[in-house]
Design a protein around this ligand. Structure first.
Ligand SMILES: Nc1nc2c(ncn2[C@@H]2O[C@H](COP(=O)(O)OP(=O)(O)OP(=O)(O)O)[C@@H](O)[C@H]2O)c(=O)[nH]1
Ligand SMILES: [Mg+2]
Length: 272
């Protein structure tokens, strides 16, 4: 099944929300998600947050059959939590799996836009940098890093995605099955990039839906300089690796062509 297959079902949607110390945000984000999208299920994937986020999520889940909580043993990073959530959702037969932050940066009210675009794509990224997209309350330097990183990624990998590091993403279940979830670079922005890059390399369609991204109001960011540097380095390595394969293929094709021409000349000579 792929984006070109109109028969594919996209009804059973799971929104995965990874949390680490989001006690101030978790209740609001789950309530907003359920209110704006009454048919979707929510999975809070909590890494045993010391601030009690997991217990708050349990309380919400006890009053709403659409809300589930995964208690993980400790802080292992956002990527590991998403991967565990993906496996959980795939095993239970969800058609669509969505990544969404707990801090309100991604607005659940905009999820229908992503789901609509997923009818014609294999993965949809909520995008700050396509027409209609925007960033609210970000210091200029954050936007510069984000835009610069995106530009670098587009250049290295030769892709057109305007917001490759964006973390508000919707996948068809078949897309996740096709790209495989083993050996994903799981730290920070690399995780989102890796998923996007794998989907594109599999020849699948990645669409971007405009979103308004709002900087978190409550709680601490888990972003760090290391995460940015790792993402830039990894993108460069992926790009070099990809280009070297392209060059090898080009070289091989040129050699084949040269051998064919030499053969033709030989044959032509032997005939005359
Ligand atoms: N389960 C789990 N969730 C995490 C972990 N680290 C971050 N998260 C969650 O992942 C989401 C994104 O984290 P943020 O700290 O907002 O990172 P960010 O969005 O890159 O950075 P800001 O833009 O500064 O907010 C939030 O919902 C976090 O609670 C982790 O180690 N485990
Ligand atoms: Mg955030």
């Amino acid at each position: 099944m792929s984006a070109t297959d109109t028969e594919v079902r996209l009804d059973k949607v799971l929104v995965i929300i990874p949390t680490y110390n989001e006690a101030e945000n978790v209740e609001t984000i789950v309530a907003r998600t359920r209110r704006a999208n009454p048919n979707v299920d929510v999975l809070v994937a909590d890494d045993n947050s010391p601030d009690g986020t997991g217990e708050i999520a349990d309380r919400i889940a006890s009053g709403d059959d659409h809300v589930h909580v995964m208690h993980r043993k400790g802080k292992e990073g956002l990527g590991a939590a998403y991967l565990a959530g993906f496996h959980w959702g795939l095993d239970l037969g969800y058609d669509v799996l969505v990544e969404m932050d707990a801090d309100g940066s991604h607005q659940p009210e905009q999820l229908p836009l992503l789901l609509e675009a997923l009818k014609r794509a294999d993965m949809v990224k909520g995008s700050r940098y396509v027409k209609g997209g925007s960033v609210v309350n970000w210091p200029k330097y954050r936007e510069l890093i984000s835009r610069g990183g995106g530009l670098w990624t587009r250049m290295c990998l030769g892709i057109g995605v305007k917001d490759p590091t964006g973390g508000f993403n919707a996948f068809r279940a078949d897309t996740l099955r096709a790209i495989g979830l083993d050996n994903i670079a799981s730290a920070g922005y690399c995780f989102q990039l890796d998923l996007t890059w794998r989907t594109l390399k599999n020849g699948m369609i990645v669409a971007e839906a405009p979103i308004e991204f709002i900087e978190r109001e409550y709680g601490d960011s888990k972003m760090s300089k290391d995460i940015v540097i790792e993402a830039l380095l990894r993108t460069t390595i992926w790009g070099l690796d990809y280009r070297s394969h392209q060059l090898k293929d080009l070289g091989r094709a040129a050699l084949d062509r040269a051998e064919k021409i030499a053969g033709d000349i030989k044959e032509h000579r032997s005939r005359h």
